[in-house]
Each structure stands twice: as C-alpha cells, then as structure tokens.
Design a protein around this ligand. Structure first.
Ligand SMILES: *Cc1c(COP(=O)(O)O)cnc(C)c1O
Length: 423
C-alpha cells in the first residue's frame, strides 16, 4: 500500500465493483457527494428503490384488493420474492429464512421459541455493552420467565486493558456455565467495537453444553460472509437498513436452522401468515405452522418496505458477497494503513483503533478512539463533508462500505482529518 492519492485512484480503476457506486443516491455537501462512512447505521438509498415502491403504489391504486393476486408482484406471496436472495446473503437454505417485522420484534419471537429456561438451565450469555435494544429484549424475556436479570444474564467483558473478546474466553465461559446455560446470544459483529465473532466455534461450544446459539446480525448481514446453515446456528435475525440499504425502519430477516423446520414442539407466538398456507383462508381453528422459517410469520407482508428491500437485494445478487468481502478487506486495510500513517506523522492527536487488527475478526467498520478532542474532531469532519458516526463516550465509527465507497473516499477522509488536526 502507498500513502498517495494516485494509489487510491489506481485501486478504484481496477475495482470491478466500482460501478456499483453509481447505483446509490449520495447526500451532497457543498455541491459534492459526501464521504459516506455511515452505512453501518443507515445504508444509502438504491436509485431503484423509488420505482420499486412506486410500482406497488400504482398496483394498489389500479387494482385495490386485487393487487394481492393480479399485482405485478402479487402481494399474497410477496415475502417469497425475498427468500432466495436472503438465503444467499446469510448462507442458508431457502426454507431457513423469512423476511418479516423488525429486528427487535424478531429477537423476541425467536427467544420465545429458543429461550426456554427451567430452574436449572436458565442463563443467557451475551456481550457486555450489547446494543441497548438487545439488552432490553433479553432483560424483559428473563423477567417474563420469572428470573432475575442480574442472576440470569451473564455478560462477557474484555480482559483488563483490552477492548475486544477472545474466542477462547467466550468458549471457556460457555463451558464454565455448562448446564446452567440456556442460550448464547451475541451480535455477529459488535456494533461498538466492530469485532466479528467466530460464530461457528461459539455455536459448537454452546451445543456441547446443551445450550442454543442465536445471533443478532444487524452489523453482519451484507458485511461478512456468513454460513449460518453449515455453522449450525440455531437462529439469527438482522435488520435491513444498515449494510442492506433498505431504508430507515425497514423490514428484517430471520434464520431458523433446518433442524427445527418441522419441530412443532417449539413454543411460538403465532399468527395467520405462519399458518399452513393451503388453509390460511379457511379461517379454521388450530394453528399448524408452515414448514421452516415461514412458520414464524405473524402478519401479512409489509409491501412497501419489502419493495425497497427487494430492490436492494437485487444489487447484492449482482455484486455477490464474496466479491464484496474481498474488496471490503482491502478497503478497510487501506483505511487502517492511513490512520497509522496519520498517527506516525504528527504529535497532536493519536487515534486508537478498538476494532481487532486481524481482518478475519472484523467487517468493514473501524471504531476509532481519539486521545483528545474526539467530539470536536467529529464535528469538524462533519462540517467538511465526512459522514461518520459518533458514539458516546468517545468513539467515532467509520464504515467504508465496499458496495459504494471508493479508495478515493478513504483518501479524502485522511486528508480532511489531517487538515483539521493540523490547523
Ligand atoms: C441496529 C440494531 C438494532 C436496532 O433494532 P430495531 O429493532 O431495528 O430498531 C438492534 N440491535 C442491534 C445489535 C443493532 O445493531
């Protein structure tokens, strides 16, 4: 790697995914597209999203209720249009995934089925400082079953002086908890540190003590190569509006491993859209779940958010995840390289990267701690057209996203950062 604009431009020139940038709307700053490093929070809008939504609005206007059957994409089966691309995205078989609801709702629905504590086995292992919604979901589930959160929730914390977790410490804790452990629930990538967990090893450890393993993939879906089926993950869920670019509050995806596809002994909170579809409209008593993940659906499909998601997933299918991941590794490595160069060439500000240095333990995001003036620097970056995200108490998260960020973006970030701190 080289510390030069010419090097960045040369990388962009030979990048076979470079043209995907033109498929997205970029907010503008002073007449120029911003450097958008916030795809881990809200992905950019695919240009095709608008027509996808308009098509459904038109079908609704022209067909009314008949849109369920006569629409160009009949709404009755709309969620099924998302199944194959979603399965490709997370390494699942098609009947292991379904798109429905929102992330935290799905986390609850899945815990209803997969967190089934008894007086002996009732503990949940999660990351210390997990995303608040996950903390609240777990806390309320534990209480719902009559347990005390302080006793039932076990949090993993880094070793003294470190910021991220060792896989061996996670699996050791799983073995220590043994037959008191009901569920391991971790992010696939921690939202704060950007650490990617070894889901396969963690799942194997959980199963070896008789516990279930579930993952919140909000920061992993569309970011990492996932093989949920082969890793034998019990369940997972993710949102669609971060790396999956499907709009604020967009719909969510769910994975339930095939081994539960016909397991009618699992408790679940049911609704008509999860009922045997041949009989869905017979309005009969007695819930019979559909085969696989579809059997967890409650309500009829949210067509407008799903239309955006469909448009976005089409882009992922064209780019393909292996190519995105390969570019992502290079793009994030270049970002890290320039941050180290920045540290080496001046004395005023030092940036500590919280995210693991090992590329297999991270996605595209780097979480940066500034030893001084972090918040002020974030404000100045923003004023200079860099969209990055500030997280209390002192972290700037930047996510160079391989789908629409360029090596030149990373170079611009570095130059602006230097100008701010040296001025
Ligand atoms: C973004 C995010 C959420 C947000 O949940 P919603 O139900 O979509 O509002 C939850 N958990 C994690 C880990 C996240 O990163």
């Amino acid at each position: 790697m080289e510390k030069s604009l010419a090097f960045a431009l040369a990388q962009d020139q030979t990048d076979e995914l470079a043209s995907f940038r033109s498929l997205f709307h970029f907010p503008k700053h002073a007449g120029k597209p911003v450097v958008y490093f916030c795809g881990n929070s809200l992905g950019l809008q695919p240009i095709t999203a608008k027509d996808a939504v308009l098509q459904e609005l038109e079908d609704w206007a022209n067909l009314g209720v008949e849109g369920h059957f006569a629409g160009r994409n009949p709404w009755l089966h709309y969620h099924k249009l998302l199944t194959a691309p979603t399965a490709r995205l997370v390494g699942a078989k098609p009947h292991e995934v379904v798109v429905m609801n929102n992330l935290t709702v799905n986390l609850h629905l899945l815990m209803v089925s997969f967190y089934r504590p008894n007086t002996k086995r009732y503990k949940i292992l999660m990351e210390g400082g997990a995303f608040p919604s996950d903390q609240y979901a777990v806390e309320s589930q534990v209480k719902f079953h009559g347990f005390e959160p302080d006793n039932a929730i076990v949090e993993l914390v880094p070793r003294a002086g470190e910021h991220t977790l060792h896989t061996s410490d996670i699996t050791a804790k799983i073995h220590e908890l043994g037959d008191t452990l009901a569920l391991v629930l971790l992010g696939g990538v921690n939202y704060y540190t950007g650490q990617a967990f070894d889901m396969q090893a963690i799942t194997a450890a959980a199963h070896s003590v008789g516990a279930k393993a579930g993952f919140d993939l909000a920061h992993a879906a569309g970011n990492l190569l996932l093989e949920l089926h082969d890793w034998k993950v019990d369940f997972a869920t993710w949102c669609s509006y971060k790396y999956l670019n499907s709009g604020a509050g967009g719909t969510s995806g769910v994975f339930v491993h095939e081994k539960y596809a016909q397991d009618n002994t699992l408790p679940r909170f049911a609704g008509w859209w999860g009922h045997n579809e041949q009989e869905r409209f017979l309005m009969k008593k007695g819930f019979q779940p559909m085969y696989g993940a579809e059997g967890w659906q409650l309500s009829n499909a949210q067509i407008l958010p799903m239309a955006v998601h469909k448009a976005s997933l089409e882009i992922f299918d064209k780019a393909t995840l292996p190519k995105l991941r390969a570019k992502s590794l290079r793009l994030t490595a270049f970002t890290e390289f320039l941050i180290e160069a920045f540290n080496a060439e001046q004395e005023q500000v030092k940036i500590n990267i919280l995210t693991p240095r090992n590329p297999t333990e991270r996605g595209c995001q780097l979480s940066l701690v500034f030893d001084t003036k972090g918040k002020a620097i974030h404000q100045e970056l923003t004023a200079a057209g860099i969209v990055a995200d500030w997280r209390e108490p002192n972290v700037i998260r930047i996510a160079p996203v391989p789908l629409y960020n360029s090596f030149e973006d990373v170079w611009r970030f570095y130059e602006i950062l230097k100008n701010i701190t040296l001025s």
